[in-house]
Design a protein. Structure first.
Length: 510
């Protein structure tokens, strides 16, 4: 391992209208190190990465790569020079096949054009080194989010990269796939590559990082050896608070005794075994389980987003989400790209959207502003104003806007599927508190998250799913207890994520 850094950035500046996104940031990346970039939502992580990869030009500061001035003009240019990225927003083409995506712009050619056979064969070989076996001539869009993520990584690694930058690559991966990716990161590091890693999962940071650089509000807090920095210190650097002020996580709250708001009986469809579920007013029920265990599928059946073959919700068979909504239900889906954010609309419009629908378009502009402002404050949404188009917000702040939309709506029953994905540790606590407050006001909540600790903190009761079957309900429980039920006592957890991903199913279960 050489000690001279591959990449040296000093005093990097970037301004957007109304936002000083980077106000003099330094970063070194060495060969053979994993360097994590940490900070709250909107701290400037993605912006710095986009400057390093030629998406944005810097307004000031210097960057050298392998000793030379580095000023990439496009991601392609950065990649040719040796810096590859996997963005927070995947830049793949869903309608092209897996193989085509892997070789986008670099397809093997012969005199007659693209050499499809070689391309397929090579694609299979490459993916095999990632422990991934998928039909490479199927459109990428038919694969799960996890497969798409791993394909993006495989592609980045194929190019002759010296540095690979990963911006929240694990945010839509389950634990098995995350393990796979962390393993890949370690292997790339051993090959002498420099890895820049961004995630909001602290455990992952500590699993792989050699060094950690913390940004706050576009400024550099510092660079630390991971082994010398405690989690508490890291969080306090990120939030700008002394460790004593870092608030303890929410404690599981007392059981609620409200009337049943939703009562599902024998709900089932092909691939989801019949299950019952009752959620009371003022109660938060958590869903726990592995990839493909059926958490999201079960929630979709309750909301009639999928058609139930048998069973009832509140005594009748719901035929469409419309009917579920009429009964006071709402659903924050896990795939926000597809059915969530409206990028061109403002923060205000995105937040007011369903409230407006509920009240029949009688919400005045002033009321919308007040509502939006209230949630911007409550959730700490970082934006120059509520009139900012949502697409200009950082990833985590976009997420908060969508969540605000449903919290503002205050339905009788709210289903939240992975609501805190991509959200920083500080804001997660705020969101948990807000959900808690709403439930105390009588709202019933169904909370789905891959982060078990989170499910435990926030839920009065936990329903566990395994192999597309509800296998138990627990209250006043502990992490080991839930894990035991998830695994099934008979045999230890056998996570077959890759096999399931290969079948291209489980798009909704990640
Ligand atoms: N194209 C843009 N136009 C205007 N403002 C922008 C643009 N891109 C980013 N910003 C703003 O710059 C700041 C930094 O955003 P950035 O995306 O770098 O944050 P981040 O640290 O990656 O956050 P997250 O954890 O939420 O992904 C934010 O306030 C964001 O709203
Ligand atoms: Mg980001």
């Amino acid at each position: 391992m050489s000690t001279e850094p591959l990449l040296v950035a000093r005093g990097v500046q970037k301004r957007f209208p109304g936002v000083h996104a980077l106000a003099g940031v330094d970063l070194d990346v060495r060969a053979g190190e994993v360097h994590s970039l940490m900070g709250q939502n909107g701290a400037g992580k993605s912006t710095l990465i986009k400057i390093l990869t030629g998406v944005y030009a810097r307004d000031g500061g210097t960057i050298t790569f392998e000793g030379r001035d580095f000023r990439p003009t496009s991601p392609g240019d950065a990649q040719r020079q040796g810096i590859s990225t996997i963005y927070q927003e995947l830049n793949l083409v869903p309608s092209l096949t897996v193989a085509e995506n892997l070789f986008l712009g670099r397809a093997p050619r012969r005199w007659y054009g693209i050499d499809w056979r070689t391309m397929r064969k090579k694609a299979e070989e490459i993916l095999a080194t990632f422990d991934l076996r998928v039909p490479v001539d199927q459109p990428l869009g038919t694969m799960s989010a996890a497969v798409q993520q791993l394909v993006a990584i495989a592609r980045a690694v194929q190019t002759a990269a010296r540095i690979i930058i990963m911006d929240e690559p694990t945010s839509s991966l389950d634990s098995h796939e995350t393990e796979l990716l962390l393993g890949i990161i370690t292997r790339l590091k051993e090959r002498g590559l420099g890895i820049v890693f961004v995630t909001h999962f602290l455990e992952q940071v500590y699993r792989v990082s050699d060094r950690i650089t913390v940004l706050r509000n576009g400024t550099l807090v510092g660079t630390y050896a991971a082994s010398q920095l405690s989690k508490l210190d890291l969080v306090s650097h990120m939030l700008g608070k002394v460790p004593e002020e870092v608030e303890p996580a929410l404690q599981p709250h007392v059981e609620s005794q409200g009337p049943a708001v939703v009562s599902a009986k024998g709900l089932a469809r092909r691939g989801v075994e019949p299950f019952d579920l009752t959620v009371h007013a003022g109660e938060v029920v958590g869903f726990a389980g592995l990839l493909g265990s059926g958490r999201t599928e079960a929630a979709r059946l309750i909301f009639a987003a999928d058609h139930a073959k048998e069973g009832t919700v509140n005594g009748s068979q719901l035929r469409s989400p419309r009917q579920a909504i009429d009964q006071g239900m709402a659903f924050l889906p896990e795939d926000r790209k597809a059915d969530g954010i409206i990028p061109e609309l403002s923060v205000r419009e995105n937040i007011a959207l369903v409230v407006q629908r509920k009240l029949g378009f009688t919400v005045s502009r002033a009321q919308q502003e007040k509502l939006a402002q209230e949630f911007v404050t409550k959730l700490g949404i970082k934006t120059p104003s509520v009139e900012q188009p949502v697409r200009l917000l950082s990833g985590g702040n976009q997420q908060k806007v969508i969540l605000a939309r449903w919290l503002a709506y205050e339905p009788r029953f709210l289903i939240l599927d992975e609501p805190t994905r991509g959200i920083d540790v500080g804001a997660k606590g705020e969101i948990e508190r807000l959900i808690h407050q709403l439930s105390q006001k009588g709202m019933a909540v169904l909370f789905i998250s891959a982060a078990l600790e989170e499910v435990l903190r926030i839920s009065h009761r936990i329903a566990v799913f395994r192999d597309r079957k509800k296998v138990g309900e627990l209250s006043r429980t502990t992490l080991p207890e839930v894990m035991k039920v998830i695994a099934g006592e008979e045999k230890p957890a056998e996570v077959s994520g890759v096999a399931k991903m290969a079948a291209g199913e489980d798009k909704h279960a990640l």
